[in-house]
Design a protein around this ligand. Structure first.
Ligand code: ADP
Length: 262
């Protein structure tokens, strides 16, 4: 399990990293390409050698852009499958890992409501989201504490969606992962989703965990909220667009994820 998790995390990190670089490179190439094209329009009568140089800049900026597009496609490819994910099964897996591998000084409390709606997406990636969050919670409680995991169905209405720009109206699963650990001051909270932002020792953290979490949740059309208080603890809330059980009956095009025993 640990190996599988590490490999999935590494793959996801490479995807995030490559995607991040490609995205930045695209922002660099676009003005080069635009400038090269504008120069050719502005200087139609310049000497042949200068025109040739402008064409070279344009052609190579275009090649770069094509390469960037490929890398972005690769990074998105890492984003995964579309299955009907019965999230209750994900929590069973996480619970088992926490119980078997976390220090005994960390008490696990769960309240996973029965008959949770399903999420259409990638079970492996959602598993990774939960793992990243519980591992962070563990690391925030070096002297022990309580790790709480809650999941329930909620309906996001128009009023809520107006207040939270990332939210979409409709049925969602709300997942809360809370710890009683060290907590974070606001200036740290502001930065935690940045790729490579970490406060952990070298070799202990990559700083890609939460940027991966956010990327995966976004790719599922959801969003993440954080509340933290120094010395008290941290609470991550994830909202994932969901489908009611009856709606999945009509999705014969999608496979169903039922956890390890599928
Ligand atoms: P990493 O875990 O590799 O450092 P993350 O992106 O997962 O990368 O987290 C970034 C930083 O956010 C962590 O280094 C830590 O400072 C902070 N952080 C994340 N989760 C928690 C938490 N539950 N409690 C306190 N700090 C946290």
């Amino acid at each position: 399990l640990e190996n599988q998790f590490l490999r999935a995390q590494r793959l996801e990190s490479i995807g995030t990293l490559a995607g991040g670089i490609a995205h930045d490179l695209n922002n660099i190439l676009t003005p080069i390409l635009t400038a090269a094209q504008l120069l050719q329009l502005k200087l139609p009568n310049t000497d042949e050698r200068t025109q040739q140089m402008m064409r070279t800049i344009e052609a190579n900026a275009k090649r770069g852009a094509a390469l960037v597009k490929q890398v972005l496609q690769f990074a998105r490819g890492v984003e995964g499958k579309r299955m009907i994910v019965q999230v209750g099964h994900l929590f069973s897996e996480i619970k088992q890992i926490v119980e078997e591998t976390f220090p005994k000084s960390i008490e696990l409390f769960t309240d996973i409501k029965p008959e949770l709606w399903a999420v259409i997406g990638d079970a492996t990636h959602l598993h990774q989201v939960l793992m990243n969050l519980v591992v962070n919670a563990r690391d925030a409680m070096p002297n022990g504490g309580t790790l709480s995991i809650y999941a329930e169905n909620i309906y996001i209405d128009e009023h809520y969606a107006r207040m939270n720009l990332d939210a979409s109206v409709g049925p969602h699963i709300q997942i809360t992962i809370a710890d009683t650990g060290v907590g974070m001051p606001p200036e740290i909270v502001d930065r935690i989703f940045e790729p490579f932002f970490t406060t952990k020792e070298v070799g202990k953290g990559t700083g890609l965990g939460l940027s991966t979490v956010r990327g995966i949740i976004k790719s599922h059309g959801g969003f993440v909220n954080v509340h933290s208080k120094v010395g008290k603890g941290t609470e991550f809330k994830i909202f994932l667009p969901a489908v009611e059980a009856t709606a999945t009956l009509f999705r014969e095009d999608l496979e169903i994820f039922k956890g390890n025993g599928e």
